[in-house]
Design a binder for this molecule. Structure first.
Ligand code: ARG
Length: 356
């Protein structure tokens, strides 16, 4: 941990324009704290900048141009279930910001030998998926967590778009669940600029994607509970959540409504349906004044990020397979580049699912 702490402090303090003396003093203090207690406590400044660096180092994220505009909420002092549940709701409310989405991370107490805080949900807002005799209702991606929630006594309405409760545990205590108050959830009913019938599909999606199951690592400290959000790129909803055949699987439904020949691959019905789904997502969010970026603009913003980083003499690492949008990738500059996929620290990591 001492090694990781030293390395982090050096880069962090240099980028923040601190003096050699400040770096030396802080490194000494941290080294001593680790020797005495086995760990150390980040200052707010270190926590804030570390979380931003972690975003900047996220190889799969196309939205990194805005890494320095992250709102960092320090929730390390919270200890009870009630407090954590309240802080998660506060995160949703503040990040939503009436539709002008604010990139936000809430950081709870780090993992220690005494225990850890862990959220079971993949995102703070996510739709349930119910296994029924007629197939899955809702989001197939949520089937396992939905079962857990039902086991714990939660009751879902049974529609395709029921927001799951927050489920989390603190240290070795039993997991708890809390319903998300409806008045803090912003959702967008989907409609299409030309197809009147689109409305009748009764599709909707929530405004803010808040990843809640990843670990934030800063200078050797593991924040196992650190939910964070940006805003959506339209393809995430239109080309994946609604289109994947293992998710809402709506391409056949949309193609049918469009009157396309779904019996021949060469009619390109999948591609045409895909495009209209994405158009509907863009149109609906825009009309409702909710932040969302299209994939062409996002790819352009990523180019600006690359130029900025180059000027700072920092290498941009990346995962080509994730940076490319799932719609028309070759029309963006990303497709024609290559990236080194190296995980620098600080960063966000997957962690073992606490259930199943
Ligand atoms: N792809 C995920 C979803 O559809 C969200 C991942 C984070 N996305 C973001 N724009 N920050 O829910």
């Amino acid at each position: 941990m001492i090694k990781q702490a030293e390395q982090f402090l050096e880069q962090c303090y240099k980028e923040l324009g601190k003096t050699e003396a400040e770096l030396r003093a802080r490194t000494e203090a941290v080294t001593q704290e680790i020797a005495e207690t086995g760990s150390y406590t980040h200052t707010y400044e270190e926590l804030e900048y570390g979380a931003k660096m972690a975003w900047r180092n996220s190889n799969r994220c196309i939205g990194r141009l805005f890494w320095n505009r992250l709102e960092v909420k320090d929730q390390r002092h919270l200890g009870t279930e009630e407090e954590v549940a309240g802080a998660l709701q506060e995160h949703i409310h503040e990040a939503t910001n009436g539709g002008r989405i604010q990139s936000t991370i809430s950081i709870f107490k780090p993992k220690t030998d005494d225990g850890e805080v862990k959220i079971w949900n993949h995102q703070l807002l996510r739709y349930a998926g119910y296994e029924t005799d007629e197939g899955i209702i809702g989001d197939p991606d949520s089937v396992a967590l939905t079962k857990k929630a039902l086991d714990m006594g939660w009751e879902g309405a049974g529609t395709p778009f029921d927001i799951l409760p927050h489920i989390f545990h603190i240290d070795d205590r039993e997991p708890v669940w809390y319903d998300v108050p409806e008045d803090i959830i912003l959702e967008i009913p989907l409609r299409h600029p030309e197809y009147e019938w689109f409305r009748e599909l009764n599709l909707r999606w929530y405004a803010v994607p808040i990843i809640s199951d990843m670990r934030l690592e800063i200078g050797g400290v593991d924040y196992t509970c650190a939910p964070f959000n940006g805003w959506y790129m339209e393809t995430e909803i239109g080309a994946r959540n609604f289109a994947d055949d293992f998710r809402y699987n709506l391409l056949p439904v949309v193609a049918e409504k469009m009157g396309l020949d779904t019996n021949r691959n060469s009619s390109l019905w999948k591609d045409r349906a895909l495009l209209e789904l994405n158009q509907a997502v863009l149109y609906s969010f825009q009309q409702d004044g909710v932040s969302l970026v299209d994939h062409h603009t996002a790819a352009w913003q990523f180019q600006v990020f690359q130029r900025n980083e180059h000027k700072q003499n920092r290498q941009v690492t990346g995962d080509w397979t994730w940076l490319n949008p799932p719609v028309s990738p070759a029309t963006t500059p990303i497709f024609h580049q290559s990236f080194e996929d190296r995980m620098d620290s600080p960063n966000y990591f997957y962690q073992k699912c606490p259930f199943s």
